[in-house]
Design a protein around this ligand. Structure first.
Ligand code: SF4
Length: 649
């Protein structure tokens, strides 16, 4: 059969369904990854399902989000994660070893394989031809136990790249251009497949910058074909035997096509506080910059930091600007140090940080109040940096380094002209990637064979089967684009309770309304109302688990982000869509009840439910769910449902 690259990889892994857009398909998972903020619940759920050992080819547990060990809580979690990896047969990556996506790319990402990860930027290795999808923690636990992963078959969109990037334009600008054109909702229900003559002009790390940030488009995944550049990258990582040639058929049919002429790309920035608020840097030039951070899973590689290091060599960071460099992995840190670039950057005034997510989720390097921060990260949602009134710009390393030198936003082409002696650094791969592997513990090297749980490790909350009556007070009415950072913030003071759901729940939606958690507990049940794209952002299942713990029975939204909607099913909360008129009419405090017998309706495939508001007026709410999702909802969530199933049969 002729087809797209996506269809070919899916066909190879299909265990249920047909590759028709919108149809639910079940696929076999080859590799899983999890990180420290989502991982404790993954392993607690794996334990609750009474699994003996990991069934996938690779399972990897990373410690990257919360690596600063302020008190016993993060350390407890890291010790628990190491013990779980050892007990069940997963790789364990210690704190300081780097960000999950970077370390996974270096060590395990392989063309043609499927990867499921409990982190929304899991699609990163799509740049190597791997089909990688982000999901909630319980989906990871089930896949690790040998169960299939179920997802709605996305539309496959062809992004045709033509031409070649000019000097100072980068892969980051390519994905920012995609966001400028399509918005943060433009990829919902889609996989972006990159094709065309421009592909071969991009190296694997440039491709993974693009696939990484496909997540900001709301896409299920993004993927590149493989070629000599893929083979070259794998060989430099010492994994050339994992190369597989992959390409779409010449007559592959796509749902849509977008063309990007790389030669027309220029330096761009995403302005505060949404990744699609993109303009050319020249439009905002002159904005004073207080802080610059280089790093993250988007631009934290050795090759990403090298151009900035070259721009900084022999120069000084502006005295009014702090420049922090946090490489994405220990491999990148070690190589920068061995090649002398760390010393050059430090001489220029760089504050060098450990390899961690850190500042990306507000853990460390929080900007000063009423200040501007320029970051090479992928997200700039308001408050994500750790302070409410933040102003975070997203850019390439080149634009970030230029801002650090000038003390204000400046197009690097203009800075080069002003300085007269600054060359475009270009993008080059090292001869070989040679960081030490000491911080990756293989299953054979495991140092634990039983789970070690400190006092910060609680139990997995469970919900009973779905009631026939669902409804209650509208405890919160929210606007469009509410993120999982709004629902459960990832700052260290809050997310250190990630393994203690009763405590973590006290912070639920407190960034939207600080009275919410207490009101929800007092009400002992209720519903939420939201606008478009509810739950965009991370894969954090706590954003469904904590509302469930507080008694939220249903969310009425105009639309949902993909992973969060799956998480709502997984934790027994009914996700219903409403139209604009109904949304406008509902007020916070209104009593919303589903008139029909929802338990029966969910089981029987009903798609429309009548809702009664204050007993005064009625409207229709829609449930868009597969039969499997309906069964999960009826059982009270995926853990209860999975316990009823016999996995791996
Ligand atoms: Fe870490 Fe930020 Fe990447 Fe998430 S987006 S994995 S927090 S660096």
């Amino acid at each position: 059969m002729s087809g797209t690259l996506t269809e070919k990889v899916l066909e190879d892994h299909l265990v249920e369904g047909e590759l028709e857009p919108g149809e639910e398909i079940g696929i076999e998972i080859d590799q899983v990854l999890t990180q420290d903020t989502t991982g404790t619940m993954v392993w607690l759920q794996f334990e609750a399902m009474e699994m003996d050992e990991v069934q996938t080819e690779i399972a990897a547990q990373y410690c990257d989000h919360q690596t600063y060990q302020f008190d016993f809580k993060n350390t407890d979690d890291h010790r628990f994660l190491r013990s779980a990896a050892g007990t069940y047969g997963a790789y364990f990556s210690r704190p300081g070893n780097g960000i999950c996506h970077n370390v996974h790319k270096e060590n395990f990402a392989a063309p043609g394989k499927t990867l499921l990860g409990s982190d929304s930027h899991t699609p990163t290795p799509g740049g190597l031809g791997q089909l990688a999808i982000g999901a909630g923690g319980i989906d990871i636990a089930v896949a690790m136990g040998g169960g299939a992963y179920y997802v709605e078959m996305p539309e496959v969109v062809n992004v045709r790249l033509e031409g070649e990037l000019p000097e100072w334009a980068t892969a980051k600008d390519v994905i920012l251009e995609m966001l400028r054109r399509l918005s943060v909702k433009g990829g919902v229900g889609k996989i972006f497949e990159y094709t065309g003559p421009g592909v071969e002009t991009l190296s694997v790390p440039e491709r993974t910058t693009i696939t990484n940030m496909g997540t900001e488009l709301g896409a299920t995944s993004s993927i590149f074909p493989t070629d000599e550049r893929t083979e070259e990258y794998l060989a430099k990582q010492g994994r050339e035997d994992e190369y597989v040639e992959l390409a779409p058929d010449a007559d592959a049919e796509y749902a849509d096509e977008i063309t990007i002429d790389l030669s027309e790309i220029e330096p761009l920035v995403a302005c505060p506080s949404m990744p699609d608020n993109v303009v050319p840097v020249r439009e905002v030039a002159g904005e004073k910059v207080d802080q610059v951070i280089l790093g993250s899973c988007t631009n934290g590689g050795y090759e990403d930091i090298l151009p900035a290091a070259k721009m900084l060599e022999g120069r000084e960071v502006n005295k009014k600007t702090d420049l922090i460099v946090a490489p994405g992995s220990k491999q990148a840190s070690e190589m920068l140090a061995r090649d002398g670039w760390t010393a050059e950057m430090m001489a220029a005034g760089v504050n060098f940080s450990e390899a961690t997510c850190g500042a990306c989720i507000g853990n460390g390097h929080v900007p000063a109040s009423d200040s501007v921060s320029v970051r090479t990260f992928n997200r700039n949602f308001e408050g994500r940096s750790g302070i409410e009134d933040d102003a975070v710009y997203l850019s390439s390393p080149e634009v970030a380094a230029a801002a650090a030198l000038k003390g204000e936003l400046v197009d690097p082409r203009d800075l080069a002209e002003e300085l007269g002696d600054m060359e475009a650094p270009g993008f080059e791969l090292p001869d070989v990637y040679d960081g030490s592997k000491a911080d990756l513990i293989t299953p054979d090297e495991a140092v634990d064979d039983e789970l070690v749980k400190g006092p910060n490790i609680g139990d997995v909350p469970l919900k009973g089967a779905l009631d026939d009556e669902v409804g209650g007070e509208t405890l919160l009415k929210m606007r469009d684009n509410i993120t999982t950072d709004h629902i459960i913030p990832a700052t260290s003071d809050i997310l250190m309770y990630r393994s203690n759901v009763p405590k973590l729940s006290e912070y639920t939606l407190s960034r939207v309304d600080e009275t919410f958690p207490e009101r929800a507990l007092e009400a002992d049940g209720g519903v939420l109302v939201a606008g478009e794209n509810y739950g965009q952002g991370s894969s954090r299942e706590h954003a469904a688990m904590c509302p469930m713990y507080l008694g939220i029975e249903a969310v009425f939204a105009q639309s949902f982000a993909r992973i969060h909607k799956a998480n709502l099913f997984n934790f027994g909360i009914v996700p219903l869509t409403i139209d604009q008129e109904t949304y406008d009419k509902i007020e916070q405090g209104d009593d919303i009840h589903i008139v029909d017998d929802i338990g029966e309706g969910v089981r029987n495939g009903e798609e429309e439910f009548t809702i009664s508001v204050n007993g005064e007026w009625e409207a229709t709410a829609h449930l868009d769910a597969s039969q499997r999702e309906r069964d999960i909802l009826a059982a009270g969530g995926k853990l209860s449902w999975t316990k009823e199933q016999s996995l791996g049969d």
